[in-house]
Write a protein that binds this ligand. Structure first.
Ligand code: HEM
Length: 293
């Protein structure tokens, strides 16, 4: 077919795609804001009954944990791996539909439905797949420099460790030891400090280090789940991050009936991200933060 026909069709299709995806994102923001307001006026669920009855984990009874075996697919996200290890997502980590990811994440971690659509939809677009029809394997999420990035808190950079499905014991132990809250639990300031240190060390050691502004915020959002969903509790995080297992009796810390909205979650993520001093030029006079004993 002639270029005179194909070129305008390509331009029109690209404009259509940009407009529909921008509109979708805008609708999600409006939806999320509505859920945020509902949460302000609604009663929280009881702490021991956040997971709805009939769903895995209701009343803290989680399906049996089976570590991944040969051929199982795992990824750089401890939360998704834990779901597969408990059989909430297929244990093989393969052939998961984006729609299934949405509902299962919602039920398991009490994230708001807006978030549970937004992130899997983002992942589907990132993988050039259709959110409504297609499936993925967990390891597909590890495309470097999309969501998976350098300087993570629980994974060595992909240049050093190709298999991003494996937690780094060294990094996780360092994270678990950095808490300054009651009983050594994690606070937002702890996450800023450890993220800054980790990014600086990664930049020094990794000749191919890269981290966009988007990835910085995504990284801080990921680490903020350790506070908002896991409550920063070191006892639970040890099991969750090292074994990628959901502790017996565990329920999400966020108890809102509409779940954790992006509007609420982003406040913590921004607190963590904007609290990182290591990424300012030395001339600004902020020295590297140290853990207070
Ligand atoms: C909804 C679908 C989700 C997708 C597609 C997803 C994807 C990812 C990916 C690709 C990473 C690696 C980022 C990096 O390189 O550091 C990651 C990390 C992480 N995610 Fe998820 N995730 C999802 C849901 C969740 C949920 C619900 C939680 C918490 C309950 C969570 C907690 C984390 C944590 C703690 C990290 C590790 C951050 C680090 O090592 O610095 N994620 N996620």
């Amino acid at each position: 077919m002639s270029l005179v026909v194909v070129a305008p069709a390509r331009i029109l299709y690209s404009a259509y795609s940009t407009i529909t995806s921008t509109l979708t994102d805008l609708l999600v923001v409006v939806w999320d804001s509505g859920l945020f307001v509902c949460n302000l006026v609604a009663f929280n669920r009881p702490a021991n009954a956040v997971i709805p009855n009939g769903c895995p984990g209701a009343r803290g009874v989680w399906p049996t944990y089976v570590p991944p075996g040969e051929g199982d697919s795992r990824c750089s996200c401890p939360a998704l791996n834990a779901m597969a290890n408990h059989g909430i997502l297929p244990h093989s980590g393969r052939g998961i539909s984006f729609r299934e990811l949405n509902t299962k994440v919602r039920e398991t971690y009490n994230f708001a439905p807006s978030f549970c659509f937004f992130v899997p939809n983002f992942a589907a677009n990132m993988l050039c797949r259709n959110y409504w029809k297609d499936t993925f394997d967990l390891s597909d999420l590890d495309v470097h420099n999309c969501i998976e990035h350098d300087g993570s808190l629980t994974r060595e950079d992909s240049i050093f460790e190709r298999d991003q499905g494996k937690p780094s014991k060294r990094l996780v132990e360092e994270l678990l030891a950095c808490g300054t809250g009651p009983g050594g639990d994690l606070t937002a300031a702890d996450l800023s400090r450890i993220s800054g240190k980790r990014r600086a060390e990664s930049k020094a050691a990794n000749g191919q280090f890269s981290l966009t502004t988007f990835q910085r915020f995504f990284g801080s959002s990921n680490s903020s789940t350790l506070l908002k969903i896991m409550g920063g509790k070191i006892k639970d995080l040890r099991v969750f991050l090292l074994e990628e297992r959901i502790p017996d009796g565990w329920q999400p810390s966020v108890r809102h009936p509409m779940g954790l909205t992006m509007a609420e979650f982003n406040q913590t993520a921004m607190r963590v991200e904007f609290g990182i001093t290591e990424e300012l030029p030395a001339s600004f006079g902020f020295s590297q933060q140290k853990k207070k004993d």
